[in-house]
Ligand binder design. Structure first.
Ligand code: PMP
Ligand code: GLU
Length: 397
């Protein structure tokens, strides 16, 4: 069967694949601890669910404007003003079926064959595939552990060519948890403005930051950078709403219009009922966000302590998101039965097989020395998973 070159070139989301494999093993009766997929384990707060039920009851079951209801876009504008010191009009906002869809639309309207898109590594799994789907070329720039895996201005300048079109920035980062400071963002913005490239700023983990860290949107650092930035955010992570599929983008009006026009031929509007829920999430009480954040903070402290208790592992403290991303290369060269462990991918396979713990190999994020542990799980589960992992690592000779 001949599929298009586009389809042939695509690889499935490795995070979702690890999750699917873990669920398959669990369905077959294995007791799997799942540190694989990045998804809050909390339920969506009640007042948000109630808003959806109320929307359904009042008949909000029809198509809406493609870019989202005016009510939701206004709520998003208020959120940007309140949290990010950013002023947008509703015609600069496009609501999509998850932040992943917002990112997809943005890449599709900004990049084309012949363009280079700069993607700092470690990167989130979908960026490269989305760039390739637009026919553009990803230029992966390896960042350094000693810089907290953050792109420094010299690395950005060094990767620019006349074909550079777009930089994809993710702060707080999945998988490293790194957060760019305001000064670091300003330095990146200066290079981007000078080079005249677009910035796609993925800020979906904005609300999940710890130890008093602050989140800044690069778009808020001046009118010039704002004019060449698309900010992406969503409700999946902040409000435990992954299944509702609501993400949004803010961009200069012509870009927002192009994204909405593109969307008008694929999904049309995101689900009307989920949009009503998102209005309640953004306009309603924010206590649940703080509660989830403090639960994540406790889990982070715990998993770091456990990871750092394993000989040879020294895990950097992630400032945000809900992932730990330790370098496990101290275990390369050890024997697992007949095999010699030579990559983090081997270790991920080993942990799934021997410890029944699912983690995502770093290669999914462009780094095969690290493993990603999602700690969006209960403390009890983290404890059991870490007991198993410590025992499994301890058994490697
Ligand atoms: N960006 C990053 C960095 C993510 O980790 C995720 C989570 N899947 C997304 C975007 C997409 O989120 P959504 O569920 O809103 O599509
Ligand atoms: N963002 C989550 C992760 O990185 C969800 C999986 C996905 O959307 O690919 O695990």
């Amino acid at each position: 069967m001949k599929l298009s070159g586009r389809a042939r070139g695509i690889s499935p989301s490795p995070t979702l694949s690890v999750d699917a494999r873990a669920k398959e093993l669990a369905a077959a009766g294995e007791r799997i601890i799942n540190f694989g997929v990045g998804e809050p384990d909390f339920d969506t707060p009640e007042h948000i669910k109630a808003a959806a039920a109320e929307a359904m009851a009042r008949g909000m079951t029809k198509y809406t404007a493609v870019a989202g209801t005016l009510e939701l876009r206004q709520a998003i504008c208020r959120k940007f003003a309140r949290d990010n010191d950013l002023t947008y009009r509703p015609d600069e906002i496009v609501v999509s079926c998850g932040a992943k869809h917002s990112l997809y639309n943005a890449v599709q309207v900004l990049a084309e064959p012949g363009d280079e898109v700069i993607v700092p590594a470690p990167y989130w799994v979908s960026y490269l595939e989305q760039v390739k789907l637009a026919g553009a070329e990803p230029v992966v720039v390896k960042t350094r552990a000693e810089n907290g895996y953050k792109l420094i201005p010299e690395e950005l300048s060094g990767s620019l060519t006349p074909r550079s079109r777009l930089l994809i920035l993710n702060s707080p980062s999945n998988p490293t948890g790194s957060i760019y400071t305001k000064e670091e963002l300003a330095a990146i913005a200066e290079v981007a403005v000078r080079a005249g490239i677009w910035v796609l700023s993925d800020e979906v983990y904005e609300k999940l930051i710890y130890d008093g860290a602050a989140h800044f949107s690069i778009a808020s650092l001046g009118p010039e950078i704002k004019q060449q930035t698309v900010v992406v955010n969503g409700v999946s992570k902040s409000y435990a709403m992954t299944g509702w599929r609501i993400g949004y983008a803010a961009a200069p009006a012509p870009v927002a219009k192009a994204m909405a026009d593109l969307q008008s031929h694929s999904t049309s509007n995101p689900t009307s009922i989920a949009q009503a829920a998102a209005v309640a999430a953004l306009n309603g009480p924010q206590e649940a966000v703080a509660e989830m954040r403090s639960a994540f903070a406790a889990r982070r402290t715990y998993i770091l302590e456990r990871l750092n208790g394993i000989p040879g592992i020294n895990c950097p403290t992630p400032a945000g998101a809900f992932y730990a991303f330790p370098d496990v290369s101290a275990y390369f060269g050890r024997r697992w039965g007949e095999k010699t462990i030579s990559s983090a991918s081997d270790l991920a396979a080993f942990l799934l097989e021997e410890a029944k713990v699912a983690v995502v190999p770093g290669i999914a994020f462009g780094n095969d020395r690290c493993l990603r542990f999602s700690y969006a799980a209960s403390l009890e589960e983290i404890a059991e998973g870490m007991d198993r992992i410590a025992a499994a690592f301890g058994s490697l000779r």
